[in-house]
Design a protein around this ligand. Structure first.
Ligand code: HEC
Ligand code: HEC
Length: 233
């Protein structure tokens, strides 16, 4: 926990000259740790407030509440873990996502991620903090499949995505439960046909692409996602 705050909070405090109260205080070691915890929640709140001003351009495709917009192919973002949202924004910016031939939707999103207001890490972190603050609400399932078959297929996924598909940050694996189910099926197709996980430096994407050996048909994708729909993280 301390390490996480050390990485995320301190650099921002320094950039702002400690104005937001995000930097370390000149106190004893114990008070220092305590103040770090308090400062980190103040930081999270002020980052999220700054991120609110960056989110309106996202609403046309992801919805004002971040619940997704299928008509625009924009998946639900609310409820997704911050580490993963940040990584994907960076992947879209670097070209590790959205540049494969034929990936029109990825290209569209990549253009959004390259907006001038999102060029700094601090801006991306604020935007992600804002998305994390959006309440996670259930969205209607759209994918049907054989849940029992899906359950057995999902046994290969547990080590990275978790028993309840809640996502495991230590494995760099996102939450799947409760996210847009049509989008999960789409993404499985993209990993299978090389539209994701193609960049040499994209370790997470490559790892997931390699896992596609466990699923071979469109029916497999639907069945596993139908099972994921039954999970509550
Ligand atoms: C013009 C429509 C559009 C706009 C505007 C847009 N997006 Fe997207 N976004 C998409 C689409 C389409 C995808 C899915 C890409 C794919 O199929 O690979 C996506 C995917 C994403 C993902 C990946 C989610 C995941 O689970 O992998 C993130 C994160 C994201 N968008 C964040 C944002 C943010 C933040 C903004 C505002 C700065 C934004 N998007 C604006 C269309 C849009
Ligand atoms: C070895 C670890 C690992 C295993 C096992 C694994 N995944 Fe993944 N998965 C990942 C990682 C890492 C990512 C994030 C990829 C990235 O950063 O682009 C991911 C991403 C995904 C995504 C994209 C989600 C999104 O929001 O865009 C889906 C869908 C998915 N996995 C489904 C599955 C399914 C279904 C299985 C089992 C058949 C599975 N995964 C097994 C590591 C794994």
């Amino acid at each position: 926990m301390f390490g996480k705050f050390g990485v995320v909070v301190f650099p921002i405090g320094r950039k702002n000259g400690g104005k937001m109260g995000c930097g370390p205080q000149p106190l004893t070691a114990l008070l220092f740790m305590f103040s770090t915890l308090i400062a980190s929640s103040i930081c999270q709140a002020s980052k999220s407030a700054a991120g609110a001003g960056l989110y309106p351009v996202c609403t046309s495709c992801h919805g004002a509440a971040g619940l997704g917009n299928r008509g625009m192919s924009g998946p639900k973002l609310a409820g997704q873990q911050g580490f993963y949202l940040l990584k994907q924004m960076q992947n879209f910016q670097s070209g590790a996502r959205g540049t494969a031939p034929g990936d029109a939707k990825g290209r569209q999103m990549a253009a959004m991620a390259k907006g001038p207001r999102l060029s700094s890490l601090a801006a991306l972190e604020s935007l992600v903090a804002y998305i994390e603050s959006l309440p996670d609400k259930a969205v209607a399932p759209t994918v049907q499949g054989d849940v029992l078959r899906g359950k057995s297929l999902y046994s290969t996924c547990i080590s990275c995505h978790g028993e309840a598909a809640q996502g495991l940050e230590t494995m760099a694996a996102p939450r799947l439960a409760g996210q847009s189910d049509w989008y999960l099926v789409d993404q499985l197709q993209k990993f299978a046909n090389g539209k994701r996980g193609y960049a040499p430096g994209d370790h997470g994407g490559r790892q997931m692409k390699a896992m596609m050996y466990a699923l071979s048909t469109e029916t497999d994708y639907r069945d596993v996602v139908a099972y994921i729909n039954t999970l509550t993280p």
